[in-house]
Design a protein around this ligand. Sequence first.
Ligand code: PRT
Ligand code: ZN
Length: 284
Amino acid sequence: MKLKIAIQKSGRLHDDSVKLLKDCGIDVKNGMNKLKTESDNFPLEIYFLRDDDIPQYVEDAVADIGIVGENVVFEKQKKVTEVEQLGFGKCRLSVAVSRNEQYTGVEYLQGKRIATSYPVILEDFLKARGVTAEIHEISGSVEIAPGIGLADAIVDLVSSGSTLFMNGLKEVDTVLKSQAVLIRNNELAPEKLAILEKLLFRIRSVKKAKNNKYVLLNAPNDRLQEIIGLLPGMKSPTVLPLAESGWSSVHSVLSENEFWDIIEKLKDAGAQGILVVPIEKMIV
Ligand code: PRT
Ligand code: ZN
């Protein structure tokens, strides 16, 4: 029994999706020009598809699971379950208007023409805020719509913002924050669920490792307790005596979020020779 996963054939999510599987220790034979490939060392069959089609294929059980942007999942409204956010492909679905416009709030959109490739999400957004507008669905190059007089505003995906900038637009509101997610068919057989659990365990270990750093530092013994107090660690930090008397080596794990804050405090507390090392996998 193999689990069938659908990932993007080419585009923004392809490389990170393949990398995630490889980081999970799953061999993926190169299949760029093929519809599918499989792994030699994990019961997984990999299908390469257009991102827009992935929710439908997962609903229909052509694929058991899939990796796709949350924006696509919400827009397509297929009967699938989101299992895990994957931390890549981050972007936002935003409202943008011409740089010269004064956007006062969502009521600005009342009665306006809005171009988007996300009519379903946009309609929900407007409805929830009691705004009525004319939604023009276009499938690509949404950012040129205001310039050619097709729309007063657009709702489109943004990451760096440079596309908006180059088209004389500014981002004024956020409709949705999105990232790549793992979705699954709602009625997986128990054997397939068991493979999915194995995969999820690996994905979570890889994600945790990415969000954490292994930190080694030298601490003067007279301030050791203070320094240990600053470190959360997985349980408690490892403390080893250094050859030089009066000093100890302290090893611990820090999360990316608290990293800079704690490093500053450690330095202030007299820590020296601080080394920060990436973690490959983290099993807790
Ligand atoms: O061929 P296929 O249909 O599979 O791919 P696609 O062309 O429809 O999708 P693709 O590869 O462009 O994007 C796949 C997914 O990546 C999206 O569904 C999002 O979940 C995610 N993602 C993350 C983005 C962006 N960032 C992004 N910036 N998708 C699109 N963009 C586009 C945006 O539409 C705009 O045109 O990039 C432009 C803006 O980028 P900035 O950096 O200039 O702001
Ligand atoms: Zn697409």
